[in-house]
Design a protein around this ligand. Structure first.
Ligand code: ADP
Ligand code: MG
Length: 253
């Protein structure tokens, strides 16, 4: 059985600053893993290393058994040409804190863009699939609206539909509710909860401890570029062994 994601020894530095100090992670198909940790601990950098938006300085990532950013040729690892890297990256759907929708495209236009441009779907097919996904996130009624006409929660639900439209093997979320007004957080978490129940493999960086406790199969706590705790939510959140994790959780719980 291949894992959805396996990361081994991931290191990343920016100049002298070592942000990731050798992280290992395995995520099984259908698993929901939440990553918690203080601001600046390297959570976003870790997600960006997993999908190779940042190239790690050390370590490797496998997605569905294929090594990210490299291929074997003549018995050696070679860096993958950008075009092939893009194809690998499309196996990982990414949802960002700040939505990153195309401002000049409608909601429907945002969702069909990737499938048409990257996957070569015909417009009619892309649109019918996009409408199903918009239905799923409760945004079908806004298909012809522009992002500027939407609330933050609506934008984020469209961003989720857009990521799903690429039929990724794994969904990566980087604090998807952190930029939202409090009253809009729930509708986005509800969509994520439904995805999780449906068996979507998810890695979610979040400060929503309640969501992690309820939805995650496992949680990871990162501090200073290291994974300090990893386990089922009940253990990690209620009874962390690491004193720095205890102190972090006591501030956010
Ligand atoms: P988190 O998501 O946990 O808040 P980040 O991964 O965003 O943490 O950042 C971890 C550290 O790496 C921070 O000190 C941040 O300033 C630094 N960092 C992140 N990206 C860059 C970059 N592109 N260049 C320089 N430093 C960076
Ligand atoms: Mg971050």
């Amino acid at each position: 059985m291949s894992l959805a994601v396996k990361a081994v020894g991931i290191r990343k530095s920016f100049g002298e600053h070592e942000v990731l100090k050798g992280l290992d992670l395995e995520v099984a198909y259908g698993e929901v893993l939440c990553i918690l940790g203080p601001s600046g601990s390297g959570k976003s950098t870790f997600l960006r290393c997993i999908n190779h938006l940042e190239t790690p300085n050390g370590g490797y990532v496998w997605v569905d058994g294929a090594i990210m950013g490299y291929r074997y040729a003549n018995g050696a690892l070679q860096e993958l040409p950008v075009k092939h890297l893009r194809a690998q990256q499309s196996q990982l759907g990414m949802v960002f804190q700040h939505f990153n929708l195309f401002a000049h495209r409608t909601v429907l236009g945002n969702v069909i863009e990737g499938p048409m441009v990257v996957r070569g779907l015909k417009r009619a097919e892309a649109e019918s699939r996009a409408m199903e996904l918009l239905e799923q996130v409760g945004m079908a009624g806004k298909a012809s609206a522009y992002p500027s006409q939407l609330s933050g929660g609506q934008k984020q639900r469209v961003a989720i539909a857009r990521a799903l439209a690429m039929e990724p093997r794994v969904m990566l979320f980087d604090e998807p509710t952190s930029a939202l007004d409090p009253e809009l957080v729930g509708e986005v978490l509800e969509v994520m909860r439904t995805l999780a129940r449906g068996g979507t493999t998810m890695i979610v960086v979040t400060h929503e401890i309640g969501f992690a406790r309820e939805v995650a199969d496992r949680v990871v706590v990162m501090i200073d570029g290291e994974i300090r705790e990893m386990g089922v939510p009940g253990d990690v959140l209620s009874n962390p062994a690491d004193p720095r994790v205890r102190s972090f959780l006591s501030r956010v719980l």
